[in-house]
Design a protein around this ligand. Structure first.
Ligand code: SAH
Length: 370
C-alpha cells in the first residue's frame, strides 16, 4: 500500500491530481466551502479556550489540493487573527500535490529546498495570501515545536495496513504474492507468524482485522506534541470503532476497483480504526511522565456539522446568492455533506486535547461533540 501510493516515481499520489469529477474521488472540502469554514470557526473557538497562545501553527497532514487550508485561512483573517501570529505547516509526501497547494495558498513562487538555509527541516516554504509563513514537511516529527492546531482530513485512510486472520494455529498475516501462470497478484496466508502478528490481539474477538502501525506512530507523535507543546487535534475520516474486519479497497473513476489489478492506477484505502487511534493518543510510546491526553468522539459528520451551524451558514449563503445554479449547488452540497445516506454518517470526527484542559472542557465541552 505504501509503495503503490507513495513510491517516489510511480506512486499514485506522487504525480497527479486525483481529486474531483475528473479524478478518482471527491472529498468534503472540495464539495463546499462550508465544510472548511465551519472547521475554521471551531478551531478559532478552541484556540480561544486555550487562551489564544501566539505564535502557533496550524499543521495539516495530507492537505490534498490545499482547499481546506485555504478556506481556514480566509476565516482566520475574518476573525482578524494576524498572519504574523501563526504559521502554516503542511505534511505532504507528494511533490506534485505540494505544488498544487502552493498555488492555492500563496501568491509567490515558493522557495525550493536548494535555496533554503542548511539544516532546514522543511523542503519548501512560501508566504500565504494573508501573510503567514507556509512550510512543507515530509514527516510530522519534523514540525516546529510550538502550540499546534493539528488537522487530518482523509489522511489516515491512505496509510498502509497489515491484514491479519485467525487460523487453527493462531494469528497469521495476509500477504500479496505473484501467480506464476499469468503473473497476476493474489492474496496468500503467511505460513508462520510475521512481525505484524505481534500487534495486541489478546482480547480480540474478530477472526480477521486490519492494523496500521504507521497510523499509531503518527497519532502518538501528534499526542506527544499536544501534551508537550500544547495544541488540539482534529481527525476526520471514514472509519469504525474497532469492529470492522475487511475494508481494504481500491477506487478508480469514483468506482470500487480491485486493489490487486493495475496497482498504481487506483487509490488504495481502508476504513480508519478510530479505537486504535484513541488507544495510541492515550498510550505514550516512551516512558515519559505524562498523563494521557483526552479524546472526544467519534461523532458522525452530520452531527458535528449541524451542531456547529451548517444550516445557518447555508441560509446566509443562500440569502446573498443571486444565481439559481449556485443556490442549487449549495443545497446539494449541504445534502451531500450531512445526509446519512451520503457522507453524513460515514465520516467521523475525533478530537484530541491535552489533559491539562480537563477542567475547562468539563465546563465548556468541545462544540460538535456534544
Ligand atoms: N485532505 C485532502 C486530501 C486527502 S488524500 C482532502 O481531504 O481533500 C490524502 C493526502 O495525503 C494526499 O495529499 C497525499 O499526498 C497525502 N499523503 C498520503 N500518504 C502520506 C504520507 N505517508 N505522508 C504525508 N502525506 C501523505
Amino acid at each position: 500500500m505504501k509503495e503503490v501510493l507513495t513510491n517516489p516515481t510511480a506512486g499514485y499520489y506522487m504525480n497527479r491530481d486525483v481529486f474531483g469529477q475528473t479524478g478518482d474521488f471527491i472529498t468534503s472540502p472540495e464539495i463546499s466551502q462550508m465544510f472548511g469554514e465551519l472547521i475554521a470557526v471551531w478551531l478559532v473557538n478552541e484556540w480561544t479556550k486555550c487562551g489564544r497562545p501566539t505564535p502557533f501553527q496550524i499543521a495539516e497532514l495530507g492537505p490534498g489540493r490545499g482547499t481546506l487550508m485555504a478556506d481556514i485561512l480566509r476565516v482566520f483573517s475574518k476573525f482578524k487573527i494576524a498572519g504574523s501570529d501563526f504559521s502554516v505547516s503542511l505534511v505532504e509526501v507528494s511533490p506534485y500535490l505540494a505544488q498544487v497547494q502552493e498555488k492555492q495558498l500563496s501568491p509567490r513562487q515558493a522557495q525550493e529546498a536548494t535555496k533554503l538555509p542548511q539544516g532546514s527541516q522543511h523542503y519548501k516554504q512560501s508566504i500565504s495570501f494573508y501573510g503567514s509563513q507556509v512550510r512543507w514537511y515530509n514527516h510530522i516529527a519534523d514540525l516546529p515545536r510550538t502550540f499546534t492546531l493539528f488537522l487530518a482530513h482523509e489522511f489516515f485512510d491512505a496509510l498502509p495496513i497489515h491484514k491479519l486472520v485467525k487460523v487453527d494455529q493462531g494469528w497469521r498475516e495476509v500477504l500479496i504474492d505473484l501467480n506464476r501462470e499469468d503473473l497476476t497478484l493474489r492474496f496468500v496466508i503467511s505460513r508462520d507468524r510475521t512481525p505484524a502478528c505481534l500487534y495486541r490481539l489478546d482480547n480480540e474477538s474478530r477472526e480477521e482485522l486490519e492494523v496500521s502501525p504507521q497510523s499509531l506512530i503518527i497519532t502518538q507523535a501528534m499526542a506527544a506534541r499536544i501534551h508537550q507543546d500544547g495544541g488540539i487535534g482534529l481527525v476526520i475520516d471514514y472509519g469504525h470503532e474497532g469492529d470492522k474486519t475487511d475494508t481494504f479497497r481500491g477506487f478508480k473513476n469514483h468506482k470500487l476497483h480491485d486493489p490487486l489489478v493495475d496497482p498504481g492506477t487506483a487509490d488504495l484505502t481502508v476504513d480508519v480504526d478510530f479505537s486504535a487511534l484513541k488507544w495510541a493518543a492515550t498510550h505514550p510510546r516512551t516512558f515519559e511522565d505524562w498523563k494521557a491526553n483526552l479524546t472526544f468522539g467519534t461523532v458522525d459528520q452530520k452531527d458535528f456539522l449541524t451542531r456547529v451551524g451548517i444550516n445557518l451558514r447555508l441560509e446566509q449563503l443562500l440569502a446573498s446568492c443571486r444565481d439559481e445554479d449556485v443556490a442549487l449547488n449549495l443545497k446539494s452540497a449541504h445534502k451531500m455533506l450531512t445526509d446519512p445516506m451520503e457522507m453524513g454518517s460515514k465520516f467521523k470526527f475525533l478530537a484530541l486535547y491535552p489533559s491539562v484542559m480537563e477542567k475547562i472542557l468539563e465546563r465548556y465541552p468541545p462544540p460538535g461533540f456534544v
